[in-house]
Design a protein around this ligand. Structure first.
Ligand SMILES: Cc1cc2nc3c(=O)[nH]c(=O)nc-3n(C[C@H](O)[C@H](O)[C@H](O)COP(=O)(O)O)c2cc1C
Length: 240
């Protein structure tokens, strides 16, 4: 009888010990996960270089009518780089925020804003953040040659000091408007692109819309997210 009691006690002690080990394991696992999360968030924050762009100017010596009349597709650029002010102005014209309620320079069906704008220059690839008028550095690699190759070797894409790539996230609009959302999004890309072309003229610069490219190759060159589809590449520079 005593032997049996001792066995039961021993069994209970073993069970309690096993329970403790199990509990310690989960506490360790939980703390380790939190540490990993904090570490990766910190590394991510360090990698994500952001650049505040200068405030866009709302006055120009070139009238809207002159800009419309002068706009021409230009496919030959000098090596002169663009200033940060010029880049700021072009990106603002494309998708800048012009209203406290979040409305932008280009109209958007249902104000759903499905466009993501990338800036490509020698120093790397940047994403434009309309709300803060900032650039977020995505990569430090010069992908201009990759972009030109992805566009059936249209060499002026590499020659231009910058390329603005307009991408669309169709789901943002199709989730409300169904299939018609595709049309709405494509129309919106046209609005944004035209703003860039006219702003370029206003700044004494030149541009060309490029629609002929391999979508997958452009997505790869820019390391785009799966739902971001490249629609337009707009090289901008000084006319040679
Ligand atoms: C949707 C679209 C796609 C285009 N794709 C290209 C292109 O891939 N390469 C190019 O050199 N021009 C491209 N263009 C520019 C046209 O060739 C140009 O607009 C046309 O020749 C008229 O000249 P303009 O822009 O000077 O008025 C494209 C234009 C549009 C509207």
């Amino acid at each position: 009888m005593t032997k049996l009691r001792n066995q039961i006690t021993e069994y209970r002690v073993q069970k309690i010990e096993a329970g403790k080990v199990f509990l310690y394991f989960w506490i360790f696992f939980f703390l380790f996960s939190i540490l990993c999360f904090l570490f990766s968030a910190r590394c991510g924050a360090q990698d994500m270089e952001t650049i505040k762009l200068p405030k866009p100017k709302l006055k120009s010596t070139v009238s809207l009518e002159e800009a419309i009349a002068k706009r021409r597709s230009v496919r030959s650029y000098s090596s002169k780089q663009l200033t940060t002010e010029e880049i700021s102005q072009l990106l603002w014209a494309c998708q800048g925020m012009t209203d406290r309620r979040g409305f932008r320079t280009a109209p958007s069906a249902g104000a759903l804003y499905p466009l993501e704008i990338y800036l490509v220059k020698n120093e790397g690839v940047y994403r434009y953040i309309p709300k803060s008028h900032q650039l977020e550095k995505i990569s430090g690699k010069n992908v201009k040659q990759d972009l030109a190759r992805a566009s059936w070797n249209q060499s002026f894409i590499e020659e231009a000091p910058i390329d603005i790539v307009i991408c669309a996230v169709y789901e943002r609009v199709t989730s409300r408007y169904g299939e018609r959302g595709i049309r709405y999004t494509d129309i919106e890309v046209g609005h944004a692109a035209q703003n860039v072309h006219l702003e370029a003229v206003s700044l004494g610069l030149a541009s060309v819309p490029v629609g002929a490219f391999n979508d997958a190759a452009v997505s790869k060159a820019l390391n785009l997210q799966r739902n971001e589809k490249p629609i337009y590449i707009i090289p901008v520079g000084h006319k040679r």
